[in-house]
Design a binder for this molecule. Structure first.
Ligand code: 6PG
Length: 232
């Protein structure tokens, strides 16, 4: 089921992701994406901003986030803030197409609001881009709280296991309902988890939330650099 794509350089990886997005969105009049946060997407967003200046693409595309830290949008920890800096400020996308998680609001209330928005606007997502933590987490569902993956809610509040920072995150039902899911993973520090999940998913499904990503569509794509893929 997993479609594995391995690239020698970050540029080749990002070019392939942007081409993939252009291909799958080509025939659609509306296109919804849930973006990942953290640091990996920064290079993709910089590349994407340079490669995609077509107003028609950004007019039909709605951007959401799979998770957000509970901080203001201008905080250096904000996934939206990172995306604004590396992508949104550099492409012709209208505010009406950007659906950020309000990390500065009451977390429980915002999780409900954002879940209702997703249920109303985009279920299922055309594309969900996921990152992979070096502990096997994805979105903001971590190994110690893996049971939250099966929550009936669309969006919930969770906490980072080390820092305790509150996060708002979509749940497994949203991810596994998506038409297509991409894992965007770079760096040797992720290689063991990539191997565990791609080659031994069943064994690690009890430990790693990322191993529970299993879209009903069957469309799970890995976009990896050589370092992240070197144990495959
Ligand atoms: C976040 C994420 C998270 C991220 C992984 C990988 O808010 O941090 O969305 O799931 O994708 O932790 O993060 P890096 O790309 O920084 O390694």
């Amino acid at each position: 089921m997993d479609k594995i794509n391995i690239f020698n350089t970050t540029d080749e990886l990002n070019e392939a992701v942007v081409s993939f997005i252009q291909l799958i969105s080509k025939e659609k009049s509306h296109f919804s994406i849930s973006l990942s946060g953290g640091s990996t997407p920064k290079a993709l967003f910089d590349y994407w901003a340079n490669a995609e200046q077509n107003p028609e693409f950004w007019e039909k595309t709605k951007l959401f986030w799979g998770d957000e830290r509970c901080v203001p949008p201008d905080d250096e920890m904000s996934n939206y803030g990172m995306t604004k800096q590396h992508l949104l400020d550099k492409v012709p996308i209208a505010e009406k197409n950007i659906f950020r998680i309000h990390g500065e609001e009451n977390a429980e209330k915002e999780a409900v609001r954002y879940g209702q928005l997703i249920d109303k606007e985009v279920t299922p997502f055309d594309l969900i881009i996921l990152g992979l933590g070096d502990d096997g987490h994805t979105v903001s569902i971590f190994p110690p709280t893996i049971d939250l993956w099966e929550c009936p809610e669309t969006c919930i509040v969770n906490h980072h296991p080390e820092s305790g920072m509150p996060r708002i995150t979509i749940t497994g039902k949203v991810v596994n309902k998506a038409t297509r899911v991409i894992f965007l993973v770079t760096g040797a520090n992720k290689a063991e988890k990539v191997r565990d999940i791609v080659l031994h998913r069943e064994e690690f499904a009890v430990r790693y939330p990322a191993a529970l990503v299993n879209p009903a569509s069957g469309n799970l794509y890995w976009f990896l650099d050589k370092a992240a893929a070197h144990l495959l």
